[in-house]
Design a protein. Structure first.
Lengths: 249, 478
């Protein structure tokens, strides 16, 4: 699904990722953990192509294609989805209009016809229900006046509608209460189908109680310092990150 | 903000063609002789000639205003021609079949078919080409309802008492420099009269086209809605692309008698000049309406064209319980400059006004909102709500807000809200990450910003307005 080889990247002149290598197979869930400033969010942003994140070395193959050569929207249409840590508001543009345009762009890219408004409405209503968002949110401006939890649920709803192959969740759990966390996790788990892959970036083990990862990676100073199974997350929870430094990584 | 957004700012002007047609164009220059010529050409009654001359003498004493937040070289009023008409209009055609096919083709190319069977269902059109009205559609149908919709030059002859009573009653000849000029030399425009209690059966629309080189367009529109009547009126404007600047100084007067309602919508797309700011229309327009008891006047404008815009559609809320509304989207790109807004003058008791002004600036353009809310001493219980929002695209443009609030009555409630925002990199990235290309993303964000105004436009035109914004922003991201 995704092959990251020796990826180095820079933000505002600072080297953040340093020769990071990571391989993800279809259907796998990888959790990325690590202290602040380790480059966790940078990884997601570089993969999605965010302006301001400069790749200085390495390569990324996504389903066999050169991901870094693609435009932002092309990556999205190919199936890369980034759930934002801080989703922005787009006042006056209804969630529905925005989502339909996004879904249509993805469908056109796959050579499928655009959905009729009626069919799209049905899908959108169903997705809203699955993340416990009231139908009224579909008509409101994108994230306009949404609470933190509503924004995150809106992100998961978008993910459901766009049916990406690779989902990157950037600290989706930050600022969520336990109920919202469960709703988000249930949404993600429902999308695990043995084919779709996930990168779950998080600070806390808590999320991983609900979204159980196949692999856990600890990021430190721009590269993977340690990899393991889900038990690694528990170890981190108990010991913190400082022992990584003690071990000289 | 990024080169990304910067490069979105390129635009092609699709209405910029010139029609090859023989015209009778008056020699350049302005003096009493020119005014007598225009008046004679239209076989006007003596009173109207006197009225024009009075305006002209007043104009000579006045100075071009310079207080607006725009800069341009002063206009040489003696270098312009004040009258131009397609030669084929000299013997006025009696029906559409007699109208020069070149003229009809021009309007068809602009998307305004004048054959009634092809026209937008339910919209009657008056087409004004340079200084004359070419054709007015659906007149028979309107006359059945008692609605008068005709060129003002014709109304002078057919309905002299109405014209004499209301012409200049809202915008007097000496009102301001451009209004005085217009009063002296106005050539044509539309006249509308809706009789008592009549709801106009269709949308009325005037389409203004400047074609001839080095001419000014000075149209005059007068709409009178008698007691309890309703009318919705729309104007559209385009001009060819030319290197020199052209002057457009119109006057629009609205009279809403007791319980009447007038909805006046404008989609203005005059040629804005090229990317370097060469050419384009100078749009200096005076628009004002007076509301009698319980009447309502609603101005909605979408302004994307002109090199310079100087325009303040206003309401005088004279009658008790009358309502004035102003909904505006002004988009400037490249080197365009706009100074636009409104005046709400509250005279009657319990008068209410609403102002929603949205300015969008891209490229190196400058856009200013200038609005006056005045509550006079007698306007017990008056209310105003003003909302001014500016959206910046890129970092070389400017947005300015100049609100003037004068209240002489302690019972008045006046609210003013203003915001300035940018199309942010984060918004663009969100859209693109969901698979939208950058241009689609910007047009979606801008349309969202304008939503409150677009919903006030008649349905067909709301769609047009959305498309127009899209074209006007073409190339501003990429």
């Amino acid at each position: 699904m995704l092959d990251i080889r020796n990826l180095s990247a820079r933000v505002e002149g600072n080297d953040i990722l340093r020769q990071l290598t990571l391989s993800i197979r279809p259907g796998e869930v990888h959790a990325i953990m690590g202290p602040n400033g380790a480059g966790k969010s940078t990884l997601g942003n570089v993969l999605a192509g965010r302006p301001g994140y400069e790749v200085t070395g390495g390569e990324v193959l996504f389903q066999g294609k050169d991901l870094l050569a693609m435009e932002i929207e092309e990556r999205a249409r190919e199936g890369v989805f980034l759930a934002f840590q801080y989703p922005v508001e787009i006042p006056g543009v209804s969630n529905m209009e925005f989502l339909k345009a996004a879904v249509d762009a993805r469908r056109r890219h796959r050579g499928e016809s655009e959905l009729s408004s009626f069919d799209f409405m049905k899908l959108a209503r169903d997705a809203a229900k699955r993340v416990s968002l009231d139908q009224a949110f579909l008509k409101r401006g994108v994230n306009e006046g949404f609470s933190g939890g509503e924004k995150k649920r809106n992100e998961i709803m978008q993910m459901m509608l766009l049916e990406p192959s690779l989902c990157i969740l950037d600290e989706t759990d930050s600022g969520l209460d336990i109920d919202a966390l469960q709703v988000v996790a249930a949404g993600v788990n429902a999308m695990r189908d043995g084919q779709r892959s996930f990168i779950v970036v998080t600070h806390y083990q808590r999320l991983l109680d609900y979204i159980v990862p196949d692999h856990v990676h600890v990021l430190a100073v721009g590269r993977i310092a340690r990899s393991g199974g889900k038990e690694l997350a528990l170890e981190l929870e108990a010991k913190g990150y400082s022992w990584l430094e003690d071990e000289g990584v | 903000m990024s080169e990304q957004v910067e490069s979105l700012i390129r635009k092609d002007y699709s209405a910029g063609f010139h029609t090859q047609i023989e015209s009778d164009t008056l020699r350049p220059g302005l003096d009493e002789e020119v005014i007598r010529f225009i008046s004679a050409k239209k076989e006007e009654p003596q009173w109207l000639l006197e009225w024009r001359l009075k305006a002209f003498r007043a104009w000579q004493e006045m100075e071009e205003p310079t207080w607006a937040h725009v800069s341009y070289p002063l206009v040489d009023f003696q270098a312009l021609s004040y009258y131009s008409a397609p030669r084929s209009m000299a013997n006025k055609p009696k029906s559409l079949d007699e109208v020069d096919p070149e003229l009809l083709a021009t309007y068809a190319k602009l998307g305004i078919p004048l054959h009634e069977q092809e026209a937008l269902a339910g919209v009657a059109v008056d087409a004004v080409f340079d200084s004359v009205s070419v054709v007015t559609t659906y007149r028979a149908k309107l006359e059945e309802a008692g609605v008068i919709f005709c060129p003002i030059s014709e109304a002078v002859h057919r309905f002299p008492e109405l014209v004499k009573k209301y012409l200049g009653s809202v915008v007097p000849q000496k009102d301001n420099f451009y209004a005085a000029l217009n009063s002296a030399v106005f050539s044509d425009g539309s006249f509308v009269y809706i009789p008592k209690g009549v709801r106009c059966p269709m949308e009325l629309s005037t389409y203004f086209r400047i074609n001839e080189v080095k001419t000014g367009q000075f149209e005059r529109t007068l709409i009178v809605a008698d007691e309890g009547s309703h009318v919705s009126y729309l104007e559209g404007c385009t001009a060819p692309m030319r290197d020199e600047n052209q002057l457009h100084a119109a006057v629009v007067e609205l009279v809403a008698l007791d319980d009447a309602q007038i909805k006046y919508s404008t989609v203005q797309n005059w040629y804005p000049g090229d990317k370097e700011g060469k050419g384009g229309i100078y749009n200096f327009v005076t628009k004002r309406g007076v509301c009698h008891r319980n009447a309502r006047i609603s101005w909605t404008q979408v302004e994307t064209g002109s090199a310079i815009t100087w325009k303040y559609p206003s309401c005088i809320l004279k009658g008790d319980n009358s309502v004035g509304e102003f909904y505006s989207v002004a988009l400037t790109n490249n080197l365009q400059q706009a100074d636009t807004g409104t005046k709400m003058i509250h005279l009657g008791k319990n008068t209410r006004s609403t102002i929603v002004a949205k300015g969008i600036s891209a490229g190196r353009s400058q856009s200013a909102y200038r609005g006056l809310v005045r509550i006079n001493a007698g306007a017990e219980g008056a209310r105003n709500y003003t909302q001014c929002d500016s959206l910046l695209i890129g970092d070389r443009c400017g947005a300015h807000t100049f609100p003037y609030i004068e209240s002489r009555n302690a019972s008045a409630v006046i609210e003013h809200e203003a915001t300035t925002s940018k199309v942010s990199d984060d918004q663009l990235f969100l859209c693109q990450q969901r698979g939208l290309d950058a241009e689609k993303a910007v047009s979606m964000i801008v349309n969202g910003f304008c939503r409150e105004v677009f919903k006030e436009l008649p349905m067909e035109f709301a769609v047009e307005a959305g498309k127009l914004l899209e074209v006007s922003l073409e190339g501003s991201v990429g």
